[in-house]
Each structure stands twice: as structure tokens, then as C-alpha cells.
Design a protein around this ligand. Structure first.
Ligand code: SAM
Length: 246
């Protein structure tokens, strides 16, 4: 069930850091924070979908003033309960439309969060909202997977993620609409519990067009946070868009 916190309600928020523990490993977090600190270039940063502060907290510990937007009060409560978290201002709202005071030298969206916007219209609105919040010369960083539809055999719509006697998960793709769902089933006390989260997968080239519609241009694209080349084998990308100097 989707509540006022979206798909990241109390139940998900309580387990988020533990269930995403791979993404909290210092080797993952530090390389991302290195890039974001460089791109902030001594200015301030805004994170879209700041969550429990996986990236925002270490970035602010480097001396970058970070602010956030998130739909989920439950996720943000976890951030604010962590040491240093109280210093990070978060506005509760939809990051495709919510406006906050100030402009920023860096706006960023990591860990596929842009695909939580489930329509092209909302993703386009997000780029426009970002452009409004960037100072001249500011940068927008997007970390997102390359759509995994190469894993789909012809005529199939389902990509398995994992399977065990009590847990299994799979993605379901609709290539006509670019909508997909990630589905998690767990057997607890002999009964199956199901969670289904909707996304809209998006191609790098489509993001570039969304950026152009919003008056931004692609500045850099890497295959990951270590700034290695983006190639036909890349499974994700870190793309940096730039707002022109006045
Ligand atoms: C995958 S989590 C990422 C959290 C954090 N950025 C990280 O890297 O760990 C996605 C976050 O985006 C938030 N979110 C999803 N859709 C949103 C929307 N339309 N507006 C604001 N926040 C949203 C969720 O509440 C959640 O906290």
C-alpha cells in the first residue's frame, strides 16, 4: 500500500540502511562523495530524494552545506536522528515540483532515484525544477542504471533478481511505456508478503534531451563514480549536466 510517505514509509525506512548495506560501504560512499565535493566547487548542494542521508551526511561532513527534498517523513526522521543529521534542512515534498529557497552550485540525484518518477512528464518537470535551483554554472548530477532490457529474452517481460526458498524478487518491464515494477516476495510464517515498487526506466539519451528542454547541457558522463569511461557495456552512468554561466 502506498501512503503519504510514498513507497518509503515506516516499514521500508526502518530497514533501509540495513537492506541497502552494500550501498553504505565506505568504498561506494566515499567515491561518490569525492565526485560530488569536487562538483560542488566550494558552493552549496541540494539532494533530490535525500532519504536517510547515505550521501548527504558524509558530504556535509566534508564541509559542503547540503539541503534535501524528500517525500518520506519516515526516511528523513532517520537522517535527522543521526549525528550531524539535524544540521541538514529537508523540505518534505515531491522533488519534481517542490521549490526551496536559494540556488545551489550542485543538485544531485543518486541511486536510481530519478526513476522513482514514474512518468516522462514528471522526469521532464524534475529537470525544469533542477534548472530553477541551479546557480549559473551549477551542475546537476544523476546516477542511474542503464535499463536492463537486454536481459529480456524476446517476448518476455520479467527479469529475475534473486531466488531462495523463502525470498524471491523480479522486475517486470513494459517496453511500450518504459514503466517497470520491482517485486519482492518473502515467505514469513508460511505466508507470502509482497511488495511492488513502480519505476520509469530512462535512457541516457532521453535524459540528455530532458536536460536540453530545461536549458541544461551534458557536461560529462562516466560509467560510475570512479569516473571511468561510459561504454556499451556500462550498467549504470553518472551524468553531469551544466547550467550556462549568465
Ligand atoms: C532509493 S532511495 C535513495 C535515498 C538516498 N538518496 C540514498 O542514496 O540512499 C529514494 C528516496 O527518494 C525519495 N523519493 C522517491 N520519489 C520521490 C519524489 N517524487 N519526491 C521526493 N522524494 C522522493 C524516497 O522517499 C527515498 O527517500
Amino acid at each position: 500500500m502506498i501512503g503519504e510517505d510514498g513507497y518509503f514509509g515506516e516499514g521500508v525506512a526502518r530497514r533501509y540502511d540495513e537492506s541497502s548495506s552494500d550501498m553504505f560501504l565506505p568504498g561506494i560512499v566515499d567515491t561518490a562523495v569525492d565526485v560530488l565535493e569536487d562538483l560542488a566547487a566550494g558552493g552549496t548542494a541540494l539532494e533530490l530524494g535525500i532519504g536517510t542521508g547515505r550521501i548527504a551526511l558524509p558530504l556535509s561532513q566534508r564541509g559542503v552545506k547540503v539541503r534535501g527534498i524528500d517525500l518520506s517523513r519516515a526516511m528523513v526522521a532517520r537522517l535527522h536522528a543521526k549525528p550531524g543529521g539535524g544540521a541538514i534542512d529537508v523540505t518534505i515534498g515531491d522533488f519534481s515540483t517542490t521549490q526551496v529557497p536559494d540556488t545551489f552550485s550542485l543538485v544531485y540525484s543518486v541511486f536510481n532515484t530519478i526513476t522513482n518518477l514514474t512518468s516522462q512528464e514528471a522526469q521532464v518537470a524534475c529537470f525544469r525544477n533542477v534548472a530553477r535551483h541551479l546557480a549559473p554554472g551549477g551542475r546537476f548530477v544523476v546516477e542511474v542504471e542503464v535499463p536492463e532490457i537486454r536481459k529480456l529474452p524476446p517476448g518476455h517481460r520479467i527479469v529475475p533478481l534473486y531466488t531462495s526458498p523463502t525470498q524471491w524478487a523480479f522486475d517486470v518491464y513494459d517496453t511500450a511505456t518504459q514503466s517497470m515494477t520491482s517485486n519482492y516476495i518473502e515467505v514469513v510464517d508460511g505466508r507470502g508478503e509482497n511488495q511492488s515498487i513502480p519505476f520509469r526506466y530512462v535512457w541516457p539519451s532521453e535524459l540528455d534531451l530532458m536536460a536540453r528542454l530545461a536549458g541544461l547541457r551534458l557536461f560529462q558522463r562516466w560509467g560510475g563514480w570512479t569516473r571511468h569511461a561510459f561504454t556499451h557495456e556500462s550498467t549504470k552512468h553518472v551524468s553531469v549536466y551544466e547550467k550556462a554561466e549568465d
